[in-house]
Design a protein around this ligand. Sequence first.
Ligand SMILES: Nc1ncnc2c1ncn2[C@@H]1O[C@H](COP(=O)(O)OP(=O)(O)OP(=O)(O)O)[C@@H](O)[C@H]1O
Length: 198
Amino acid sequence: MLTVRDLSNRVLQPACFRVDAGECVAVQGPSGAGKSVLLRAVADLDPAAGEVRLDGALREEMTAPEWRRRVTYLAAESGWWSDRVADHFSPADTPRAAPLVEALGLPGEALGWPVSRLSTGERQRLALVRALVQEPRVLLLDEPTGALDLDATHRVEGLLRDALARGMGVLIVTHSPDQADRLAKRRLRVEAGRVREA
Ligand SMILES: Nc1ncnc2c1ncn2[C@@H]1O[C@H](COP(=O)(O)OP(=O)(O)OP(=O)(O)O)[C@@H](O)[C@H]1O
């Protein structure tokens, strides 16, 4: 589904890998190795040379917003542009968001909360819901449970398993070997900008 060939920039050495439909690939490596840079380059958020295709179509064949809707990056610290959580969901997506919010251990009314009241972990879970309701083909997750306790972490992993079962591809940066074992069959190891299958 997602194929990456010779993706490189000032941090990354040319990287080649793929993520298949319904597959989770874990990205691991030391701090500062280039894991976030890799995900951002795939999402076309930072300039990079090389070839990235989704279902055979080159990234350049679609607009950047269209690419990012299909290949969605979720940063470790999410961005919010309005102080009401609900403003970050289109009216069409809101009904689908509430059950996901509850599955993550938050009350459905959290969608009406101001962003300024959210704890770090609440913010992280609601940002994941924002990404999931858009049903991207590939989700690029940067430490999506870094701020969460074990119960919330398992809830997030449950929703990711559901998404994988629907055919979504997931590339997940995690510092937790246990999380990588639970979710991913394949791993990429990033060290000093070099990406290899581990
Ligand atoms: N725009 C940029 N220009 C130059 N260097 C950058 C840029 N963005 C990040 N870097 C550098 O690239 C390296 C990799 O950063 P990156 O954020 O990808 O690390 P990481 O592997 O995700 O680390 P961590 O596990 O700590 O989050 C770091 O040394 C960082 O300072």
